[in-house]
Design a protein around this ligand. Structure first.
Ligand code: ATP
Length: 240
């Protein structure tokens, strides 16, 4: 289990952006983290993946653990090696490199068989990437670049995949496709922490969800209970 307990995070030693955040991602499950712009969702992901430092952020209280072992001292490659993959907001693929080169960058080993199996998994999940394996990634559409970023994260065979707004900027049909892909990746045994502003999409795939408001967890419920909650329906699902 990936667990965050009573976590406080500050930026530049002053701005407290996470306040006693507690959140769990059990092995094999899909967990949604919802919240408005600026609530602190990306900061939660940075705290898990060792990326706070480069954003001048730090943990001032609480813990991040994987199966009971602290992981908050690990750097980004260290968290990948520990079994945590992530797709950052904005995708961050290498636009000058080919699709296959981008995928290979995600493998954290030089072992040929592992890389071969990873490529096969990525090309099976995302056939469009197989068709375009030798093309420069900059020519892919936004949705295809999102798939490439996911494929790259899966190359290291993570137990946990952290996704930051995978549906952002996608047309409705592609959001549906993204949803199916998340379910398929999960069925293959990978747990997912899904950060989304698209609450309807996130709650349709997740088993559990958290709502973050100005750095605090204000709801911690099953996805089913969240879907039925009046405030969630009004403010996050746009239903009266
Ligand atoms: P969004 O959906 O817009 O990405 P978010 O919920 O992911 O929002 P964060 O990006 O985690 O929110 O930001 C939380 C708060 O921390 C915001 O008020 C943001 O301005 C602030 N913040 C983020 N990064 C830094 C930084 N490097 N230095 C100072 N403040 C920061």
């Amino acid at each position: 289990m990936l667990a965050i307990e009573n976590l406080d995070v500050v930026y530049e030693d002053v701005i407290l952006v996470l306040k006693s955040v507690t959140l769990e991602v059990p092995r094999g499950e899909i967990v949604a983290l919802l919240g408005a712009n600026g609530a602190g969702k990306t900061t939660v992901l940075r705290a898990i993946t060792g990326l706070l430092d480069i954003h001048r952020g730090s943990i001032t209280r609480g813990s991040v653990t994987l199966d009971g072992r602290p992981i908050d001292h690990l750097d980004a490659p260290g968290t990948v090696a520990a079994g945590i993959g992530q797709v950052m907001e904005g995708r961050r693929i290498f636009t000058e490199f080919t699709v296959e080169e981008n995928l290979r960058i995600g493998a954290h080993t030089a072992d040929r068989d592992t890389i071969g199996a990873g490529l096969e998994r990525a090309y099976t999940l995302f056939p469009v990437l197989a068709e375009r394996r030798t093309q420069v990634a900059g020519y892919l559409s936004g949705g295809e670049q999102q798939m490439l970023a996911m494929g790259r994260a899966l190359m290291a065979q993570p137990d946990y995949l952290l996704l930051d707004e995978p549906s952002l900027g996608l047309a409705p049909l592609l959001v549906q496709q993204m949803k199916d892909l998340i379910l398929e990746i999960n069925e293959q045994g990978t747990a997912v922490l899904l950060v989304e502003q698209n609450a309807a999409m996130a709650l349709s795939v997740a088993s559990h969800g958290y709502v973050l408001e100005t750095g605090k967890i204000v709801m911690d419920k099953s996805a089913e209970a969240l879907r039925a909650d009046d405030d969630i329906r009004e403010f996050y699902l746009g239903l009266a």
